[in-house]
Design a protein around this ligand. Structure first.
Ligand code: GLP
Length: 260
């Protein structure tokens, strides 16, 4: 696990660099797109780089991580709409190249199974952008999630509904109770994960993610078992890391290592 501690706008640049580098070497890459506020600067940065001709998504495709159950099709917080607004419509993805879970599917179990098949059919995710919930969830894999889980229906915790109330006029009661989410095993199959976390509210989740014991209580800790994870955090989110000084030294020393 590589942990880089930097300022929020620098973190977005580093995440965008990873996407740009991938698309340069593999224009038909499969991306994994996260919602939440953490990746928004990354999407801004990618939209800028697309406009200036640095990067193209024309041959790429993407899968979103999760979706609320039961929001009306036009609801602005439906994750399908969020991803379209924040990144899908701002770059040159081909029509239909960004796929997402259908939170209004008549048969949610079948929708989850089909989604797994679609990801596998695309060859798996090359680069997954991730955020992290204050309770340690990734996508919507809440505490207690099976670390071997696949895409499925989940019930949101009160904490997550309170955290996400800001997107629903401050009313936690307006946040759906259920969701569809890629499972932990689904996410772990991505070849590279880039996780962003900023602010003091994420400090404990980041501590557990990087230094805690692997546990279903903090599902994101499973990422410790993945060979290629990049954790991008600001000073506040890194505040509880006992290894913070080491991570700072390692990233400073890294720029001194000759490439290749
Ligand atoms: C949401 C999403 C996650 C996201 C997390 C953190 O509930 N389902 O994919 O990573 O919460 O969100 P934020 O970045 O806004 O803190």
């Amino acid at each position: 696990m590589e942990v880089l501690i930097a300022r929020p706008h620098e973190l977005a640049g580093l995440a965008a660099d990873a996407v740009e580098d991938l698309l340069r070497t593999r224009p038909d890459a499969v991306l994994g797109l996260a919602t939440g506020s953490s990746p928004l600067r990354v999407y801004d940065e990618l939209a800028d780089r697309y406009r200036s001709g640095r990067v193209s998504f024309a041959r790429a495709c993407a899968f979103t991580l999760d979706e609320y159950v039961g929001l009306p099709a036009e609801h602005p917080e439906r994750y399908r709409n969020v991803i379209h607004r924040e990144i899908g419509s701002r770059v040159d993805f081909a029509p239909g190249a960004v796929q997402s879970l259908d939170g209004n599917a008549p048969d949610p179990v079948a929708a989850c199974r089909d989604y797994e098949a679609a990801i596998a059919g695309a060859g798996g995710v090359d680069l997954q952008i991730l955020g992290i919930g204050s309770d340690g969830h990734v996508a919507f894999n809440e505490p207690g999630s099976s670390l071997a889980s696949r895409t499925r229906v989940k019930t949101l915790t009160r904490q997550t509904r309170e955290d996400n109330a800001r997107f629903f006029g401050g009313d936690a009661g307006a946040v759906p109770r259920h969701c569809l989410t890629q499972g932990m095993a689904t996410i772990m199959a991505a070849r590279h994960m880039v996780l962003l976390a900023t602010g003091a509210g994420k400090a404990e989740a980041v501590r557990q993610l990087v230094e805690g014991p692997v546990s279903a209580l903090w599902p994101s800790t499973l990422l410790q078992m993945h060979p290629h994870v990049t954790v991008l955090v600001d000073d506040e989110a890194a505040a509880r890391l006992s290894l913070a000084d080491y991570f700072r030294e390692a990233s400073a020393a890294k720029s001194a290592v000759p490439a290749g």
